[in-house]
Design a protein around this ligand. Sequence first.
Ligand code: NDP
Ligand code: BG6
Length: 530
Amino acid sequence: MTTVNGGSYMHVTSRLSSQFSSNEDDVLDVSSATNSIHEAISQESWYQQTLSVVVVGASGDLAKKKTYPSLLKLFEENLLPADGIIYGYARSRKSHEEFRRHLLPHLKKTGTNEIIVKDFLSKCYYHSGKTYGDKSAYADMIGDGLVPFEESTKNTVSNRLFYLAVPPDVFGESGVVIKTHGMSTTGWTRVVIEKPFGQDLESCDALLQTLSENFEEHHLYRIDHYLGKEIVQNMLMFRFSNSFWEPIWNSDTIESVVITFKEPFGTDGRGGYFDKYGIIRDILQNHLLQVATLFAMEPPKNEDADAIRDAKVEVLKSMEILSLQDCLLGQYDGYSDDPTITNKDTNCPTYAAIRCKINNPRWKGVPFILQAGKAMDEKVCDIQVRFKPAKSFPSMRRSSKNFLENAPAEMVMRLQPDPCISLNLNIKSPGFSTMPTRGNMVMRYEDMPNLSNPDAYTRLLLDVIRGKQGSFVRDDELRFSWQIFTPLLHAIDDTKVRPLPYRFGSSGPANREAWMAETTKSVLPLQASL
Ligand code: NDP
Ligand code: BG6
């Protein structure tokens, strides 16, 4: 039997198997891709070393809903080193047991077997401090918690991962104390930083400065969880490994690109945070812009993290700076009734549609619309690509009176729910008729057998541990994105422009469709059916 870290592969395979199937025959069915990733990981050096994780802000919303469930998933799949410990740090006072009880319901929700949850919780500890820069609290947590554990494992290398699940105001002080008290002396130290990274270019620069005084870029993993979603992770493969896309993935063939995020709920108890940031900083400047850059970028020189991020940066450099004229803003009725919003006259947008222009040879003249809204009619996030109409096909012209006028083909890449890619095309009506009709070709992930589709945070945490920075936001990328958005954000704050009202649960402000049609120069509503 092959052993790993004193444990055994027998244990590894039995945990992996339980993940996919209860039946031994079916275990053989698990996709070879999944097996090979586990195989590759078990050969990587970190897997044989000790890993200490510190979740900073462990008492908060993100930690319980995403960070710990994702760590549990990695643990369940045997994708964490055998020798590992997870410390939660925050200001709230709790014992280790109280903290475990606080996490338990959220871990149960993942559907993971109770024995595995219990096993996982036995590796979770908690430490509180007065502030997020509390040196003595950090010294105690590291000196009495991490170090004795790391020394007990007998591995010569111990790596440390700090996850900053705290509001951005305390990123700076957290970074300073990690640098002075938290760095591993035998292995790597990596720091995951949540969004929003600043509020505008100036505050982003201040944060970059504080962190760069303490860390080098290879230490820092600025997380944007949209980069961990399946469709987004698939973008490079989809675009560049199918040769027919490249000749048409440009302004010759593509008329417009609309990237949409909609949520059917409002601020949901996060009004205090949201009112300070608004929908543009919460979703557009990061999640949707990241998706847009991957969609629009030139082929990277290679698949290295830096080559991919270089290509994304080139797109940002070609984008025009945004102003109020480029956007439509909305606020849902009743938004300021949220008791955590103190400014009842707030002009904070909860919906925004923004026309972006990418002035490079590939995209000149193609509108890229990014739109996002809270309290809307559905939960969806997708990329709608509208192709230009065919110029001269007689059947289409003949049919124009009783069919869609020269209906263009569309492609929809749906990130959520139910990730899929769909092409909506003109085809001949079946049978004797020569009239056109619409045909739909759909690739749904849910139809794929034995699919393991882990949550975005789970994938990205694994990338951090493996040292893969390609799906994290680099400092220059971040600065360019704030450069594009800051004038617009300041104009909204300074002019006190009133967003247009919309009904909770609706599709946005009344003139949304007209704005969209005008902006995309499209006579048909953009809406491919899936
Ligand atoms: P919380 O508001 O829940 O804050 C996390 C913890 O930080 C709290 O439990 C609290 O712990 C401490 N804290 C809260 N406010 C302050 C403050 N003003 N000063 C110092 N400490 C404070 O945030 P979330 O967990 O929702 O988010 C954490 C980070 O993740 C943020 O940057 C957020 O933007 C980002 N994020 C969150 C998402 C979510 O779904 N929640 C999604 C994507 C990103 P204590 O009082 O015990 O110290
Ligand atoms: C977060 C935003 O970054 O993303 C939230 O702060 C939003 O406001 C969330 O609800 C949406 O994430 P997802 O993965 O549910 O689409």
